[in-house]
Design a protein around this ligand. Sequence first.
Ligand SMILES: [Zn+2]
Length: 442
Amino acid sequence: MGDPSTPIGRLQALIRIPTVSYADRARTDTTAFEEFARQLAESFPLLHAKLDRTVVLDHGLLFHWRGASDARPVVLMAHIDVVPVEESDTWQHPAFGAEIHDGVLWGRGTLDDKGCLAGICEAVESLLGQGFTPAQDVWLSFGCDEEVMGKAAPEAVRILTERGVEPWFVLDEGGAVAYDAFPGVSKPLAVIGVTEKGITNVRLTVEGRGGHASMPTRMDTTARLARAILRLDQSPFPSSVPEPTVEMFRRLAAHLPLPLRPIARNVDRLRPALARALVAAGPESAAMTRTTTVVTTLSGSPANNVIASRATAGINVRIMVGDTVAGVVDRIRTVVNDKRVKVDIVESNEPSPLSPTDDDAFRLLEATIATTFPDAVATPYVMMGATDSRFFTAICPRVYRFAPFRMTKAQRESIHSYDERIGVDDYLEGVGFYRRLVEGLR
Ligand SMILES: [Zn+2]
């Protein structure tokens, strides 16, 4: 069952609670979230006795740990909710079983993101046990609906703003101590997300007369929509290499195979060539270089014998740092080049601003990584996915995304998929990271 008096036993207890969030709120099992909060209080009694707790919306939690000073408060983030387990997924061990096999703890949420959540609590609890007071105020912000882009994180930001809290830095999930992250580099990379793409949805609509399918005309609603989609498909956004990627190459230079080192060192001059190489290397690396668009939904007429009077296409846009929602929509209009195709924004999110790397907060993260993971190379990077931390960019210029756990390629692929798992020793190492980070505040 797991021993509740050990860090791993306490993590196991949290993994076993199926805190699955659904976009359709009615499907969410609120008792699981209540049970999670109860279990958290039982597992971390000092944290609950000494820190002020605020419940955020339904099941989010915000803790305030008073430090010696409140001049440079820090926010440590994680989320309580997990994605559903698909029945078709073939887990080697039950998704909510939290079983340990050969030193590895298996279960949904071990990496995303209960490992971070429990790791933060474990660090705080052990420091409190030693009578430690942090040099600065520490806030713990645990969202309950990250996976469904819910409202808990913006609400936590609102509460902090109301209390006049301007964080010095914010640390959330995102990067990791990643193995096999870069071809030719054998050392693990401790990748710290310093920006994330903005996720925006745009709709194309073509309206027409419709009518009976026996008497079609040329370039009707559906054909016009198809032409617009093809034009977009054939005109990808221009590629470039953003600053964090350049910095990544500089830091990797010493660890690359010898013939590649001069290229990496001179990456600034070679940006255009590098952008072309990344695009050619495949969709994953191409996405690192530009804003991407893809048509995800399509609708036309509901009946086989009726011409659509309205045809629509939904476009999912991932906006690169440097581009803007307005600029992207303008470009889509230009590329489509057809006044009869309406372009509307359905949902808009700008990319997150770049967090600085030549900065004391980033250097604290780097130093803590160097002590905890001496074999790893720390580097900033551009995140492709979205985290709750993007809302915190409204109140803090230094938002970093890093989960302090070693992850193989297979483990990274298990996130939101099946066989999610964390090494027991890797978890404990991560707890050490959070402890040192708090101890390192000045
Ligand atoms: Zn997550």
